[in-house]
Design a protein around this ligand. Structure first.
Ligand SMILES: [Ca+2]
Length: 193
């Protein structure tokens, strides 16, 4: 083997290991959640490469989950401690639909009775990412008293089809690959003498 093909092979191997994989599925919820009480949260942790991604999910309302009325209930979605969506929707209990925090321009569509399909563009960090979904039933909101927690006998929320896609995490080089690369360099040095 001449020197040139050997180096090309090494270059190709290192490029293959470092090339980002766009649109990789980084997290899925294994099954729909049960109906959850408000004032609860659902965390999700996953690894990613740095770059653009998408968080999508179906939000389900059970019984009389409210939008903005006296009994208001508010969805919060946070990624790595930053709120990426907050809003309140009439998912069975009446009230006004309102998006409260939406820095990334989420897409929100009705996808069935008491169900919203939500898709949020995000920026993921390299390594571990933490996504937290929560619903809150505040005692007061925008300066006026509200009903607060009403309990599962009255209303609930749930998640289905949670999916996070983005850049796949860059794997550490396998020890075997490092050993082969080392041997190739040794061989190259030996030939130069
Ligand atoms: Ca409520």
């Amino acid at each position: 083997m001449t020197l040139q093909p050997r180096l090309s092979l090494l270059a190709a191997a290192s490029l293959l290991a470092a090339a980002p994989t766009w649109g990789a599925t980084l997290f899925t919820l294994p099954a729909p959640t049960a109906a959850l009480e408000t004032n609860t949260s659902v965390p999700a942790s996953f690894s990613a490469g740095a770059g653009a991604g998408v968080v999508s999910f179906t939000l389900a309302g059970y019984a009389t989950l409210d939008g903005d009325n006296f009994f208001i209930d508010i969805l919060h979605v946070r990624l790595n401690g930053t709120e990426i969506l907050s809003g309140t929707w009439d998912l069975g209990g009446g009230g006004v639909n309102r998006v409260l925090v939406d820095p990334n321009g989420a897409t929100i569509n009705s996808v069935g009775s008491q169900q919203l399909g939500i898709s949020i563009p995000v920026n993921l960090v390299a390594g571990s990412n933490q996504l937290v979904f929560s619903y809150e039933s505040p005692n007061s909101f925008e300066g006026t008293d509200r009903a607060g927690l009403q309990g599962l006998g009255d209303e609930g929320w749930g998640l289905n089809a949670v999916n996070v896609s983005g850049v796949a995490p860059v794997p550490e080089p396998a020890p075997g690959a490092l050993l082969l690369a080392g041997l190739a360099v040794q061989g190259w040095r030996a030939r130069r003498r």
